[in-house]
Design a binder for this molecule. Structure first.
Ligand code: NAD
Length: 359
């Protein structure tokens, strides 16, 4: 029996998770999959005073995958030190579940090309997966604020152990192997020692994955190339901070935040899957939320944690078919005319209907 822990969270989280569970119920028939819900984020603060209970974390640890909605909202916004914040739950989950790799795929839907700020001829065929190291580097290195005779100063440290680079590189090459066998490793090896170790280690791991085409690119060049010619990339492998920035840049190429899923993985098949967007409190409870990012997060879960490739492919095909037919939630309804505006649950039902046709 495979277990999924579902954490809908705050804002639009429960609305888009609801649509996704309809699809999970249908697509998992005949497979031994069970799921359970629990609270995370602001709702958990309201109920228990903390954003993630130890029992919830334990249940996540005892499952095979976690499907998360989104957390946060103005009600819980605080800068008061020591006051619980919904986002603390995400950091705790990533840390305690050992999720060191973040995967963000960005595919350009033909029918939505006009939503992007880039020209259609540049976007044709774009299908990129950014793999970002998630638990090392400058976000976790030593930092301090001090003063000396010249005045106040501050520093942050980029530190990577070889084993941290090696494990993410392996995951990168393996993932490239189930895509188009092309990996671009992004660093700043012309300046940073940590990047030189990054590059050496990626080259070392490459010896075990000779069928994958590897190239290295400096991060400044990568950020330009993503806008100039994004079609040249397939898998991009990079460090925590570079990945943070480049994955947002890549996401914007698609033109809509409501369409993009993500996965956070470790070495075994366990993973946590969530949309890249937040809890969108401005549209909560209005039927305006786009459930696609959440539904595609389920597709990633089936692909990476349960090896149910056929089911994952069908979900992705169904999303594409619904968009091709012109159905749009409010966030992507920007070219009027022949397009049909639908609510969150209508979008969920349309995707489910397509899945039923394909299966
Ligand atoms: P956001 O991603 O929630 O929203 C940004 C804009 O995009 C809003 O206008 C929103 O309506 C729209 N949007 C986002 N997802 C959408 C969807 N599925 N369908 C239609 N429109 C969508 O970012 P924000 O407004 O900066 O943050 C809101 C809250 O979410 C904050 O409390 C923030 O801390 C939290 N947040 C949580 C996560 C997470 O849970 N992983 C990530 C980012 C932000």
């Amino acid at each position: 029996m495979k277990k999924i822990m579902i954490l809908p969270g705050d804002g639009i989280g429960p609305e888009i998770v609801n649509e996704t569970v309809k699809i999970l119920d249908f697509i998992s028939r005949g497979h031994d999959i069970s799921y359970e819900f629990d609270d995370v984020g602001g709702i958990a603060i309201d109920k228990y005073g903390i954003p993630l209970k130890d029992e919830t974390l334990e249940k996540c640890k005892n499952s095979n995958a976690v499907l998360l909605g989104a957390v946060g909202g103005p009600k819980w916004d605080t800068t008061v030190p020591g006051k619980p914040r919904p986002e603390d739950a995400l950091l705790k989950l990533r840390k305690h579940l050992g999720l060191f790799a973040n995967l963000r795929p960005v595919k350009i839907y033909k029918s939505l090309m006009s939503s992007s700020t880039l020209k259609e001829e540049v976007l044709n065929g774009v299908d990129i997966l950014v793999i970002r190291e998630l638990t090392g580097g400058i976000y976790f290195g030593e930092r301090k604020r001090q003063s000396d005779e010249k005045g106040e100063y501050a520093y942050d440290t980029e530190k990577y152990y070889k084993y941290e680079i090696e494990r993410i590189a392996r995951l990168g090459f393996k993932t490239a192997g189930i895509r188009s066998k092309k990996l671009t490793s992004v660093d700043k090896a012309n300046i940073l020692e940590s990047s030189r170790l990054w590059r050496e280690t990626v080259n070392m791991v490459h010896k075990d994955y000779k069928d994958i085409e590897l190239n290295h690119m400096y991060v400044d060049n990568a950020s330009m190339q993503l806008i100039r010619n994004p079609g040249q990339f397939d898998v991009i492998l990079t460090s925590n901070m570079f990945g943070d920035i480049l994955s947002d840049e890549t996401a914007m190429i698609s033109g809509s935040i409501g369409l993009l899923p993500s996965a956070s993985l470790r070495e075994d098949s366990f993973g946590m899957y969530e949309p890249i967007h937040g809890s969108a409190p401005d549209i909560q409870g209005q039927g305006k939320a786009n459930p696609v990012a959440q539904i595609l997060s389920l597709a990633m879960l089936l692909r990476y944690s349960f090896a149910l490739t056929y089911q994952a492919d069908i979900i992705e095909k169904a999303v594409n078919a619904v968009l091709e037919k012109g159905f749009r939630t409010a966030d992507i309804y920007n070219n009027g005319g022949k397009k049909k505006l639908v609510s969150t649950s209508e979008m969920g039902n349309l995707i489910l209907n397509e899945i039923k046709i394909f299966m």
